[in-house]
Design a protein around this ligand. Sequence first.
Ligand SMILES: Nc1nc2c(ncn2[C@@H]2O[C@H](COP(=O)(O)OP(=O)(O)OP(=O)(O)O)[C@@H](O)[C@H]2O)c(=O)[nH]1
Length: 563
Amino acid sequence: FVPSSTHISQSSFAVRRAAHAPTCLAPSTTQQRRAAVVPRMMFDQLTEKMAGIGEMLQGKKKITAASVERALGEVKRALLDADVNLKVTNGLIESVRNQAVGKLLIEGVTPDQQFVKIMYDELVKVMGSQQAPLARSTKEGEPVVILLAGLQGAGKTTAAAKLAKFCQERGAGVAPAEEPQPEMKEGEVWTPPQREGPPGKVLLVAGDVYRPAAIEQLQRLGERIGAEVFAPGRDVDPVDIARGGVQYARDGGFDAVIVDTAGRQVIDEKLMDELVKVKGACEPDEVLLVVDAMTGQEAATLTAAFNERVGITGAILTKLDGDSRGGSALSVQGVSGRPIKFVGVGERIDDLEPFYPDRMASRILGMGDIVSFVEKAQKQVSEAEMAQLSQKMMDATFDFNDFLEQSKVVRNMGSMANVAKMIPGMAGKLSQQQMDDAEDRAERADLFISLMLPEERTNPDLLIRDAAALQRQRRIAKAAQVRPQDVAAFISDFQTMRTMMSRMSKRMAPGGDMGGAPGGGAPGPGGPPSEEDMLAMGNRQQRRRAAKTGKKPAGPSKGFGAK
Ligand SMILES: Nc1nc2c(ncn2[C@@H]2O[C@H](COP(=O)(O)OP(=O)(O)OP(=O)(O)O)[C@@H](O)[C@H]2O)c(=O)[nH]1
């Protein structure tokens, strides 16, 4: 299993369905995608500019004051354009300047690399340096109490359910008090361990009695994740609801209790007072402000205001998938002194991630984020499945069902844009058009496979070598309303990919010339195959094909399923 290359190749290899499939889902999918294009581009702009700044110092022998000033001018513009708070921006620039100017070059490190490293360290620092873990209960044997606050529509109710699911799965914050939180050294990251045994018992408390549908929304979400919801109703005082909810959780042996509260349109004194009282009544271990990333640096100002008025322990930054200009992520800690603990990256219940300053800095600098990419991939595919899959790759028995399964994994990881952002070197490299095309091509590949007979899916040779292979391909093309060549191209590229995967897996397996690590066929110490390896393999194939047919090898391949 090779997460990056396999997934990306499948996505980019797949074919446009929207144009052909008679489905009413296509327009809304496209609309949603378009809606997300503009804001997402804003974050990409920051990444693009950052990449350009490193290039400004390329070829220089040492970092001079003049070159640093020029680069810093660009950094400042990029940060302000991304709506980063002015004070935070100035602090960051000053710090980078102090470190960069006159810095002696480390042997083997170019000035641009050194500058980028300084920038990276400063970005990480500005965002709080380390991942701030969810609090644990301070009272032995009692549930951890988490209070959520925020403005209307920030995503508070959704965040409550997402957090409940996170606590059920990870057991974060629900460990017994006698188990001390590990001491973390500078730069070390603590990730809550995956919970063993039954899921954590989490209670959701419906304390938003003002928005008519808030209680029902929480009940629906609770039902979906199998978490009990404490909801005495809209006529009860929110302070009593919070107190009663926490007591109910204590009596019922819950591991965590999450209290949802009423949203505010603006900072409203009356509701703020009520929040202070709710806090007093439920004595939370954690008070998290849910803020919307779309509001840029406003999210940071709001966090500071709530902290001053109510006292909070951190923030959940939502909708980072929609507008990740960076302004909010980069400003919250610096302006409010409170860390971002989680980020919301989509509307689905699983779309909540702990916030890692280092990974975010990598993304901003366009260095990609292989760590969270692999983590996400691992969550989707169990180790046993990975071992089975890599065996299939080695034996070249990877079939169309496996292909579909893999496509599903990629989809579950998010949009093509999100996946691409996490791969080093890919961030900012693909245009929106290219990503849309890749997603559409993947959908069309799925369509072709859905039109195959079960025996064709498990035995691709029926579509490749069988006497009736051409007839079978034509049948699929007709049903999909595409040209037979389109199906033929897809199948031929599938076969090429299968052969390539088999060779690659063998090379990476223990004893192979790329010396893979034991188990699962994951890339070994030699790392994943290089681009040259991939090309060499493609060329070898072309040469072999050319030798067979007596024709000269064609130019560079246009890719799987390309028209
Ligand atoms: N794209 C995206 N949408 C989100 C995210 N979090 C929440 N939303 C959406 O934002 C909208 C508002 O979310 P709610 O959870 O209802 O907001 P709320 O803060 O509870 O609203 P009030 O109760 O009015 O204060 C919903 O449509 C959610 O699906 C996220 O991380 N990404």
